[in-house]
Ligand binder design. Structure first.
Ligand SMILES: [Zn+2]
Length: 548
């Protein structure tokens, strides 16, 4: 037997100085859908997530709370994982960059880059933003009185800040640091983008990166002097590795790079895709591949940069970035508790195109839930189960001999399944869900209206049974197609009949949606209360709820 192909997918690692918001969750769900889809398709999939802990921000936050950094980051990591589990994010590993496995791998890597001659020590004087943890130019600094700043000295004297951190004045930092010679990788990077157009996705992001690299790259400072929290530079104990250089390495240290047990690294590297936010593409598409080139390691096959979720103000209709200072942050658990995790996943995957930007408001969330889940999907489910129970005692005798394709007459299901595989595989989730809802679920609901089994039963039980067998088949098809997006609903649908007698649910792939496998006659196996199914998605009336 041939080995299954591997699929290694990662998300950005998060700063644990505050809890995750819905924008962070958007990325994780998008990656999770891909991981679940690849597993269904038979790939040996490895899905990595983690937290980015070796930052000054984190040690400062811990100090504010009066705790040591390590217990602080450990506690935050368990809070993050709790949220991700509540959203059914199926990660295989969660790395904390304060872990020994990460430290050891980082030191091994930076040594390899140093030995390759791509690191040297230089004096450096720059305007530093503690919020961004990076140096800024005088041009980027914003003066409190709005005047133009020409030098970094002028900026510091004026109490200028970076645009993202208006409360943290920039200060001049002067020290000797280690530099990575990023500028010398310009030609090799451009050649790589040229030879591998799929390396940066989507296309719009690719153009940004190509233009940035063409304009010329600066060497980057990769160490800091005099910090105790962080990873020591192996060839100079006075210096710690700068957060970005260390953070990117999580993708290989989690696989055991540089350790005695590097079986996972050999098996899964290079990554098939790094899923990240569009604000950090330059780190992943320029700095990271250059680092790997220097260390002589293969480059990731692709980087997918998703868009942002903006908060829509219900009163004014204005779209805003979510931020602590505006006070408009929505945490995933606010929505999971009020609705459920499936509703959360459905909203963000169907309403916010993954490669572009999306918006969130409670109003639109409730509307999407009521239309797509309570009405469309929920109705199909309850009618498909209730009628066989009511009319045939839950057993559809002779069903395996009945043609189950009448409900989708006029729909080329095999072609549609191929189209969906391509959409999901290329992160076009909103398009995939729209196709499933408009073409498959609506076809099933229209079939109910056309055949009217609830009336037909009075005159023609045999024809009624044919209609119900068809509806059961529609439910089976839908359960397979929504499996990466709505794993719980998919499982409930599949368990509503004895479909697993023909094929266990953990073995189905998208292609199985196109034709029913041979199996015994169908019977309802859903849990019933007084012969009825409990509604999966009870309708929500936001106005009737106490506001939170
Ligand atoms: Zn800043």
């Amino acid at each position: 037997m041939s080995q299954p192909s591997t699929f290694f997918i990662t998300t950005a690692i998060d700063y644990p100085n505050s809890r995750p918001h819905i924008g962070t969750a958007f990325e994780k769900i998008g990656a999770d859908v891909q991981a679940r889809f690849r597993r269904m398709e038979g790939a040996d999939t490895y899905f990595l997530m983690g937290n980015d802990e070796n930052t000054i921000k984190v040690s400062k936050r811990a100090r504010e709370l009066g705790v040591e950094p390590q217990p602080y980051v450990d506690d935050m990591a368990s809070q993050f994982k709790e949220v991700w589990r509540a959203l059914d994010i199926s990660f295989d590993d969660f790395i904390q960059t304060s872990e020994p496995r990460h430290h050891a791998g980082c030191q091994r890597f930076i040594q390899a880059v140093f030995d390759a001659g791509d690191i040297d020590k230089r004096p450096y004087k720059g305007l530093y933003c503690e919020g961004c943890e990076e140096f800024k130019t005088a041009k980027e600094a914003v003066s409190p009185d709005g005047r133009e700043l020409k030098t970094i000295e002028e900026a510091e004297a004026a109490g200028a800040c970076c645009p993202n951190h208006p409360k943290t004045p920039l200060r001049i930092v002067e020290e000797e640091n280690y530099f990575f010679k990023l500028s010398s990788f310009q030609d090799r990077l451009l050649a790589h983008y040229e030879a591998h157009p799929e390396f940066i996705q989507p296309e719009s992001r690719r153009n940004e990166v190509v233009n940035l690299v063409k304009a010329g790259l600066q060497d980057v400072s990769i160490s800091r002097k005099g910090f105790s929290w962080g990873i020591k530079v192996p060839f100079d104990e006075e210096q710690t590795i700068y957060v970005w250089f260390d953070a990117l390495l999580n993708y290989i240290t989690a696989l055991g790079y540089g350790s005695a047990d590097d079986a996972k690294f050999r098996r899964y590297w290079p990554a098939d895709v790094h899923v990240i936010g569009k604000d950090i593409t330059r780190f992943h598409c320029a700095l990271w591949p250059a680092m790997l080139m220097s260390a002589g390691l293969p480059l990731p096959k692709s980087v997918f940069a998703h868009g942002f979720v903006y908060r829509k103000d219900e009163g004014s209709g204005v779209l805003q970035k979510m931020s602590k200072s505006i006070g408009n942050i929505v945490e995933p658990m606010d929505l999971v508790r009020r609705f459920n995790s499936e509703a959360f996943r459905y909203y963000f995957m169907s309403q916010c195109p993954f490669g572009g930007d999306g918006e969130f408001s409670f109003e639109r969330f409730a509307e999407t839930y009521n239309t797509g889940l309570a009405n469309s999907l929920g109705n199909l489910y309850s009618r498909t189960i209730t009628m066989p129970v009511k009319y045939f005692g839950g057993v559809l005798e002779g069903s395996s001999a009945i043609d189950p394709t009448a409900w989708r007459a006029g729909l080329d299901l095999p072609a549609l399944v191929e189209e969906l595989r391509s959409l999901v595989g290329s992160f076009q989730y909103a398009g995939a869900l729209q196709t499933i809802w408009l073409q498959v679920i609506d076809a099933a609901n229209r079939y109910i209206e056309a055949t009217r089994p609830f009336a037909l039963i009075k005159t023609d039980p045999a024809a009624t049974k044919i209609a119900l067998v068809n509806l059961a088949e529609a439910l089976r098809v839908v359960s397979i197609l929504i499996k990466p997006f709505l794993p719980r609903t998919a499982e409930t649908f599949y368990a509503a009949f004895n479909f697993a007698d023909a094929q266990p649910f953990d073995r189905v792939c998208f292609a199985d949606a196109a034709s029913r496998p041979p199996g015994p006659d169908l019977r309802v196996t859903a849990a019933l209360v007084d012969g009825k199914v409990a509604p999966l998605f009870p309708k929500i009336d936001l106005k009737a709820e106490p506001s939170s």
